[in-house]
Design a protein around this ligand. Sequence first.
Ligand code: ATP
Length: 367
Amino acid sequence: MKNYQIAIMEGDGIGPEIVRETVKVLEAVQRKCPALSLSFKPLPVGLSAYEQHGSTLPKETLESLKQCDAGVLGPVTTHIYEVHDPNMVNPSGKLRKQLDLYANIRPSRNFPGVPGRYDNVDMVIVRENTEGMYADRSLYEGDGEVMPTPDTVMSFRVVTRKASERLAKVGFELAEHRRRSVAVIHKMNVLRRGCGLFVDSCRQIAKQYEDVAVSDYHIDAFSMFMVQKPEQYDVVVTTNMFGDILSDLAAGLVGGLGLAPGLNLGDHFMLAQATHGSAPDIAGKNIANPIAEILSAKLMLEWLGIRNKDEQAITAAALIEMAVERTLLKGVKTGDLGGSATTGQFGDELVRQLENIEIREVTRWNK
Ligand code: ATP
């Protein structure tokens, strides 16, 4: 039986509160699936790491991560980090780059008991995570933005065939487990070379997945279609910034950021991290919604299962999602979803629901 070493990094703001509930759920699912073996390794990251170890991402954390199979990371309050302090790096961006976590997987779906504008949304945005327009990761050295005069800024956007192809592979692999449809999103009419290379790379990979339907859309038209008929889309593959924006739009279609999980996936490591920020306005009050972080850990188990051909991990992932559904159906919700449960009460109820599910009830994957 494979043992998965999982790094636990709480981060800033509401991070410690939602990561605590996530670990509680992972421990519960491990009790439920005896053939699943997880060990947890707490590692310092964020403002508390800066206070105690002099860096928001201590060297020891990075080194220890290399011994782990996966990690759970809470959100970080990067906008208050001192830009010119080399010890105040953005741990999210740095880890994605250092550990080559090239695909950011962001599902959005309706949950029972959470009223949204639509009923049948179930899509996954697969966003490129290591290049594109994000100034902190597009260059080997330097920050990717140049200011030749006080009133002019030039930002570099990087698109490579290697990054585009490996991203597309993740999208098509995922589609094979789902409804077998991939939409490639771009702005090729204006960014002819960059988006042209991206779309061509995706089309090349598509040839290896003949049973998956592929289409492509300009980002502007696609944004409109997402609002008009979101239930049509299954897997959406796109570049870094487009994916960042579209995934928040997708979260808005189904009930908000509190329900929006994310997984940063590489070939050798993966990092579960909710797509929302550190919500400093509600930090420390025990009212944050932990669902996005918990479902991020669920994605982590799912991909550990895919990568290691481990059915137990995939079943454990499905169990967590079912338990979230049942908790919401029972009406146990945090304030952002119109309920009155605290973060801890939600986690406790989720664990109770999980313990009551029979393994034979578990249906895997959202086909
Ligand atoms: P950061 O500075 O880290 O980006 P932010 O507050 O600017 O944080 P978000 O954290 O994305 O940005 O939050 C936007 C709004 O959504 C805030 O009002 C926040 O309280 C709320 N919010 C975000 N995440 C959650 C959550 N898990 N539970 C409840 N409310 C949340």
